[in-house]
Design a protein around this ligand. Structure first.
Ligand code: SAM
Length: 288
């Protein structure tokens, strides 16, 4: 079969079907075989692996995944793409297509059924309009996932792999660092896609921790603090946590807790590492 991840390959597939690109589904198909190679190499897929692909499109990444993986499960929302994918890959015994919105799929059940003994690998050229909800769903639900190798908007990749005290560092950077080890695989210019998007992209690999890097008594509370800490970036932790109010602690007591924990009421949330957020959360838990 002709390689799909090229201009000619993509045009050849599309011209066979009554297909029209859907902007609302974030459809920018990869047409660069070198970028595809980088994704596949970074994902480190073997015949033992079950791979979940989100948004296969016309199947350029799917085609390469099927060459390397033991099993490929692709989840696609767009009706138009189902016959295209079925015709091309339906005969492959290790391919399964799920026609659904990925955010409505019960991933825990799917993984338990399809790969009960080994954590899965997720590989995708993600639809950019829902990148963050997809990544957070994959991480927060503590699913048996070994790694997530995805194409995202360059700006999002920078945020996911950013360190404290940088402009890009935000609540999502802290969350990603809590659940995984991020690694920037490659920057990808906009001319590697059809149609060409108006942003640059990057491939990022998140290697999911088996155990979180820090122990914290109340993970939900820590994430409430993290979200609140970045809501008002320019404010001190005291002011933003007090303004947010979700902790249910008055400002005076908050000041005391922040100072006594060693974090400091005047500190800004954007300077704190995951270890410091965990320390603050535990201190508040134990002394409120
Ligand atoms: N994998 C293909 C490629 O690399 O050329 C297509 C990538 S394109 C950026 C994103 C794909 O995700 C499209 O096929 C789109 O229809 C699909 N998609 C968008 N929203 C989705 C959702 N909520 N659930 C599943 N698939 C979705």
């Amino acid at each position: 079969m002709q390689k799909i991840a090229t201009v000619e390959g993509t045009k050849a597939v599309i011209s066979k079907y009554p297909f029209a690109f859907q902007k609302k589904f974030g459809q920018n198909f990869l047409i660069d075989p070198h970028v595809l190679d980088k994704i596949i190499r970074a994902a480190d897929i073997t015949g033992e692996d079950c791979v979940i692909e989100i948004g296969p499109g016309i199947g350029c990444v799917t085609q390469a995944l099927l060459e390397h993986a033991g099993k490929v499960i692709s989840i696609e929302i767009d009706d138009q793409l189902i016959p295209i994918l079925t015709e091309q890959f339906g005969a492959e015994p290790h391919f399964k297509l799920i026609h659904k919105d990925v955010l409505k799929v019960d991933l825990a059940k799917l993984i338990a059924e399809e790969s009960p003994h080994k954590r899965v690998k997720v590989v995708a050229n993600l639809p950019y309009y829902i990148t963050t909800p997809i990544i957070m769903t994959l991480l927060e639900n503590e699913l048996p996932i070994e790694s997530i190798t995805v194409m995202v908007q360059k700006e999002v990749a920078d945020r996911l792999s950013s360190k404290p005290s940088t402009k890009q560092y935000g609540a999502i950077s802290v969350a990603v660092n809590y659940f995984s080890e991020p690694y920037l695989v490659a920057n990808v210019p906009r001319n590697c896609f059809m149609p060409r998007p108006n942003v640059d992209s990057a491939v990022i690999k998140l290697t999911v921790h088996e155990e979180p890097p820090v122990k914290v008594n109340n993970v939900k509370q820590m994430f409430r603090i993290i979200k609140a800490a970045f809501l008002l970036r320019r404010k001190t932790l005291l002011n933003t946590l007090a303004a947010h109010g979700e902790l249910g602690i008055d400002k005076e007591k908050l000041k005391e807790l922040l100072d006594e924990s060693g974090i400091g009421a005047q500190t800004r949330g954007e300077t704190l590492s995951i270890e410091e957020f965990a320390r603050l959360s535990d201190y508040i838990d134990e002394h409120r």
